[in-house]
Design a protein around this ligand. Sequence first.
Ligand SMILES: Cc1cc2nc3c(=O)[nH]c(=O)nc-3n(C[C@H](O)[C@H](O)[C@H](O)COP(=O)(O)O)c2cc1C
Length: 212
Amino acid sequence: MKLNTEEIMEMEKIKRINLINSVSGIKPANLIGTVSNKGVSNLAIFSSVVHIGANPPLLGFILRPYNEIRRDTYQNIMDNYYYTINHIHLNFVEQAHYTSAKFEEEVSEFDMCRLNEEYIDDFPTPFVRESKIKMGMEFKKIIPIEINDTSLIIGKIKILVMPDEATDELGQVDPAKVNNVGVSGLNSYYSLKKIGQFPYARKEEMPDFSKL
Ligand SMILES: Cc1cc2nc3c(=O)[nH]c(=O)nc-3n(C[C@H](O)[C@H](O)[C@H](O)COP(=O)(O)O)c2cc1C
């Protein structure tokens, strides 16, 4: 298959969405928890969480256009500044998927999808109890992406909670150790298996690829 922009734009709409949503490869699967001004908790699946920087510790995610469609996650973050990012594991992947359904504003996806709220220390927003790796986030910046009306939401990690065994000797999180899943497109989930670890890449220490 070989497609140029025009051919992609001429594709049947759902096929085009499915193709372009999945063509960037496996993405992380996270649940974002928020609370509304009326005190209603909200939970939604997001596959666009991305590392922004370690100093200070920042993560971002891409938000779909919010002008015409009610987006509870967006509204709650704008109103209350705090949200949680909770990793999704094999044992609740289907429940996590259904948090993407459009429930009414006064309904909590925690209840509808049978996931438990957990409050940690004095952080004002619920975490997902079933999730092993979770972060309490403070909203920092919204960057509009005018090209398609989406936004990049950037937040600072205020609390990071995870089992000690989730990290390796270098301090890196090993998603396989806690049975995390990855997402392709909007509905295909994959389990993760670690297949290698290499040292920091220095050109002076290159393996000999000439024999490949
Ligand atoms: C696998 C998957 C990944 C998703 N990733 C995103 C995402 O990165 N950004 C986004 O705005 N919506 C994403 N969505 C859609 C939201 O989950 C959906 O719009 C949800 O209803 C938002 O809930 P809210 O209105 O409570 O914020 C994703 C949906 C699925 C099924």
